[in-house]
Design a protein around this ligand. Structure first.
Ligand SMILES: *Cc1c(COP(=O)(O)O)cnc(C)c1O
Ligand code: SF4
Length: 519
């Protein structure tokens, strides 16, 4: 190893700071403690012992104004230790860099997340944390509805006993009589359905429970009704069951059924009105449309909820798509692993695996709160993630449900820990006046999503999107401008501006480069 004889600027500056302190006696207790630290740092081969000593000396300098000379450690001894430190370290990190730079950078970064860490379990508890209470809810609901264990554990049982009327809702949740009356009024026009499993995720004493707000419709849905903007399909459906915004991606709306119905459903005009089984003719026409346009490479099977399709239909549609040369990828849109994880059985997993083996298959889900991830839905996602290319989440930004940094960041971290990757956060659509009371201003969402940069894993940060005839990104630009050859960038987590030297345009335009120079 090359022995480095010189201290770097960080270490010189650090020692200038330390030795500019006062040389006076400190309490005897400190002096004997520090003497031990010096001995340890000098005798051993432990980098951390040297770091600990200098962190202590830095503290004495900052808090009491003391120079290290109070310990008898002369500057020349300190230099010796600094050289020893950088020569022991595998990456040649200097003592000043580590103690005076890195340590405070880590400290500052830590301060940015401390308030989140302190608040997350209180403000946005996950279904993992609430699991005991959810299990109590589940036993109670099962008893009230008269379900057997077998009913509970099966998808058909969950659907058969789904909660669809205010009367049944009343028997499992403590809602004020006025609220139940309103549910009765709204459900004349809009469907309510909660599977018993999903209903158990609601904390029954809370009127502002984020799962309750997603599942139980309120009077606003009827009262808000203003001018109805025509549903997306009106101008984006070039063929039966098909929606198309983009040249290379299309969706097949393969069913209009869901296991539970969301109060914020973008497709509220079609979804949940009346269960319809689509004919083979309809699927055939949709598949023919895709077969004819060889530009299409990615097909999204959605609904409603793709996992509402019987296994046979799902297998057939996937096999048809896999047989088309130009179709290279598929996606299934489903919320069922969250609302009714009982659906995820071996037969379904086999269908997914078989298709994924041919061409990549992704499962795109919708989880809006950490509360929706329980050990049961986590297990379902884990199994799905083993047999498909990716499991992605599209959340909707919703008032009172996930519209704070703590709630959204905890959602993203919790789903990532459940094998699901945050993909999109949608600003709740303007198209449907029925749920305008759930909308959140665009700026608020920007602050939330951009607050995640630098504070959680990069692949736990979703893209923030407005849907307006296609998906339009809503992120702020972090490119503030240009100063000659430099780009001015802004760090989203601190606001700090940095100059980023751009590639030299002349070098970039050089055509004789690399090995071509020697032609
Ligand atoms: C969301 C959506 C897509 C897929 O968009 P990606 O950005 O590729 O996820 C395609 N078609 C329609 C109609 C959609 O709503
Ligand atoms: S799961 Fe999707 S399609 Fe079904 S009700 Fe919810 S938002 Fe609408």
């Amino acid at each position: 190893m090359l022995f480095k004889e010189h201290l770097d600027e960080y270490t010189e500056d650090f020692f200038d700071l330390l030795y500019s302190g006062e040389h006076r006696e400190d309490s005897a207790e400190d002096a004997s403690r520090v003497w031990e630290m010096i001995q340890k740092a000098q005798s051993g081969n432990c980098v951390q012992d040297i770091v600990d000593l200098f962190l202590f000396l830095k503290q004495a300098r900052m808090e009491k104004g003391l120079s290290p000379e109070f310990t008898g450690l002369a500057r020349s001894d300190a230099v010796g230790l600094a050289l020893k430190h950088q020569n022991l370290d595998e990456h040649g990190v200097s003592l000043g860099g580590r103690v005076n730079q890195a340590a405070s950078i880590v400290q500052q970064a830590g301060d940015r997340v401390n308030s989140y860490l302190e608040a997350r379990d209180r403000e946005a508890p996950s279904g993992m944390l609430l699991w005991e209470r959810i299990q109590e809810n589940h036993s109670r609901i099962r008893e009230v509805l008269g379900m057997s264990m077998q009913d509970w554990d099966s998808f058909s049982g969950q659907l058969k006993y789904a909660i669809e009327s205010p009367q049944t809702l009343e028997s499992i949740l403590n809602l004020p009589p006025r609220a139940l009356e309103e549910v009765g009024r709204v459900t004349r026009d809009y469907r309510m359905r909660l599977t018993p499993y999903y209903a158990g995720l609601i904390m029954p004493e809370r009127l502002d429970d984020p799962v309750l707000l997603q599942a139980v419709p309120t009077g606003e849905m009827v009262d808000n009704a203003g001018i109805e903007i025509p549903p997306v399909a009106a101008d984006h459906s070039p063929a039966r069951l098909i929606d198309q915004f983009y040249p290379r991606v299309v969706t097949i709306k393969a069913t209009n059924m869901c296991a539970m119905y969301c109060t914020h459903c973008l497709r509220i005009a079609h979804i949940g009105k009346k269960d319809r089984i689509y004919t083979e003719q309809a699927y055939g026409e949709a598949l023919d449309y895709i077969r004819r346009d060889t530009r299409i490479r990615d097909v999204l099977i959605t609904g409603g909820d793709a996992f509402m399709l019987p296994n046979k239909v799902l297998r057939n549609i996937l096999a048809e798509l896999d047989s088309m040369d130009h179709v290279r990828l598929k996606r299934l849109g489903t919320r069922i692993p969250v609302t009714t994880p009982q659906r995820v059985d071996q037969e379904l997993l086999d269908i997914l695996e078989e298709s994924n083996d041919k061409k990549p298959l992704r499962v795109v889900t919708q989880i809006n709160t950490a509360q929706e991830i329980t050990p049961v839905s986590r297990e379902a996602f884990k199994q799905i993630s083993r047999v498909v290319f990716a499991v992605l989440n599209q959340a909707v930004l919703l008032k009172g449900i996930n519209d704070t940094f703590v709630k959204m960041a905890h959602l993203c971290e919790t789903i990532q820990e459940a094998y699901v990757r945050p993909y999109y956060i949608f600003n709740c659509s303007y198209r449907n006046p029925q749920f305008s009371h759930l909308r959140v201003p665009v700026e608020k969402g920007r602050d939330i999503v951009e607050g995640m940069y630098g504070n959680i894993s990069g692949d736990a940060i979703p893209r923030y999107i407005a849907t307006a005839g296609g998906k339009i990104p809503l992120h702020r630009s972090n490119v503030l401008g240009r100063d000659q050859g430099d780009i001015i960038l802004q760090k989203p987590w601190s606001g700090e501006q940095v100059k980023y030297p751009d590639a030299d345009p002349e070098v970039y335009s050089e055509s004789r480069w690399g090995l071509k120079r020697y032609e």
